[in-house]
Ligand binder design. Structure first.
Ligand SMILES: C[S@@+](CC[C@H](N)C(=O)[O-])C[C@H]1O[C@@H](n2cnc3c(N)ncnc32)[C@H](O)[C@@H]1O
Length: 364
């Protein structure tokens, strides 16, 4: 049994023909009434997945410190647009703001913008950030385009993985896009487009049987962030699971209730996400890019172990065990430490920002 949105998508396909996986994903996640990120409360133990800021306050605190340090390095512009893409329950931003209260002038300079399509999550963000109003009162937007120009500090954790991807399969006749069509029973079904794809010219040639995936939406957003940084100055910090160098293969996955699911199963009630191609984002941004580095290395360089130690000094034995478990989840290589990568985009190539050791890759 599919979902109500599944029936709507099947009806559209019956009328107008198969649609690209990216269009299916855009509907499944963003349909104004039934899309996953319009109505669901996806985060936490009752939802479909848990994210780093929900695991420990240390994550948001350290990212807050990173942003404040970049603001100081930028010469303390005021106002500075502090933008979070996909703030979830607002936990990261609340922890970041609490941790930076002592940075003289920082909160007074902030003009806070939250980009999120989810009404339930916007309500959670409003609650989480109530303690910081009116001085850091947020403005909400559907898309980054609506954020006013100006010096930028942008953070995005597990945002780019939710953006639509296209998938391709190399047949003996060339690349074919994988589409969502209908089976004989009228159910949603994946099938290759019969004819060539106009995207073939940007796919590396490969042997028959090869698979490829890319996110036009992710690249376009990275280009927009890069253009803002090049024009007005600033920094962006992108954290997500993915790979450093563009690679063949596909990664789109579906999760419902913390368990794997089929990507066409119950659209609107299932989380869909794909590994982020960080090399493609850095190239699209076209400004100096630092990293990606492993999340574990990044957080360790920012001092997460010392922060855990300090929190444990005031903790009960049970709280201390929870802190150790959270620390391991965030930085251990077999947990989130290696799979999750951190990329910084900025307008100053003179020295790597905190958490990054290497000079920028030259994408300009
Ligand atoms: C995986 S959650 C991550 C939440 C949060 N950053 C965290 O780490 O807990 C993705 C977030 O992005 C938002 N989102 C997803 N797709 C979006 C889109 N196309 N435009 C704006 N917001 C979107 C969701 O509503 C949600 O807040």
């Amino acid at each position: 049994m599919t979902s109500e949105l599944g029936r709507l998508i099947a009806h559209r396909i019956a009328l107008t023909g198969p649609i690209a996986i990216a269009d299916f994903m855009a509907e499944a996640m963003g349909h104004p009434r039934l899309g996953y990120y319009r109505h669901a409360m996806p985060l936490g133990t009752g939802g479909d997945f848990t994210t780093a800021p929900e695991i420990s306050q240390m994550f948001g605190e350290l990212l807050g410190a990173w942003l404040a340090e970049r603001w100081l390095a930028m010469g303390q512009p005021s106002p500075v647009r502090l933008v979070e893409l996909g703030p979830g329950r607002g936990t990261l931003m609340a922890d970041a703001l609490r941790a930076t209260r002592g940075v003289a002038g920082f909160h007074a300079a902030l003009d806070l913008h939250l980009v999120d399509t989810s009404e339930p999550l916007r309500a959670a963000q409003r609650t989480a950030l109530a303690a910081f109003t009116p001085s850091c009162a947020p403005t909400w937007h559907e898309r980054l385009d609506d954020v006013p120009a100006g010096p930028l500090l942008l953070v995005a954790n597990e945002f780019f993985d939710a953006l639509p991807v296209r998938q391709f399969h190399r047949t003996a006749q060339g690349w074919r896009e994988r589409m969502v069509g209908l089976g004989p029973d009228g159910a949603l079904r994946l099938a290759l487009a019969p004819g060539p794809t106009p995207f073939a010219k940007i796919l590396a040639d490969a042997a028959a049987g090869a698979e490829a995936e890319f996110s036009e939406a992710g690249r376009a957003l990275a280009a927009d962030i890069g253009a803002r940084i090049a024009r007005d100055g600033g920094w962006a910090l992108i954290v997500d699971y993915g790979y450093d160098k563009s690679a063949p293969g596909t990664s789109l996955q579906a999760v419902r209730g913390h368990r794997g699911s089929g990507i066409l199963d119950r659209p609107g009630e299932t989380d869909l996400s794909a590994h982020v191609d960080f090399a493609a984002l850095a190239a699209a941004a076209g400004v100096p890019a630092f990293g990606p580095v492993a999340q574990g290395d990044f957080l360790r360089r920012l001092g997460i172990e010392a922060r855990a130690h300090a929190l444990k000094r005031q903790a009960s034995a049970e709280q201390a065990r929870a802190l150790d478990a959270a620390l391991a989840r965030l930085i251990a290589p077999d947990q989130m430490g290696t799979l999750f990568r951190v990329l910084a985009l900025g307008d100053d190539r003179s020295a790597p920002p905190a958490g990054f050791s290497d000079p920028p890759s030259d994408t300009t």
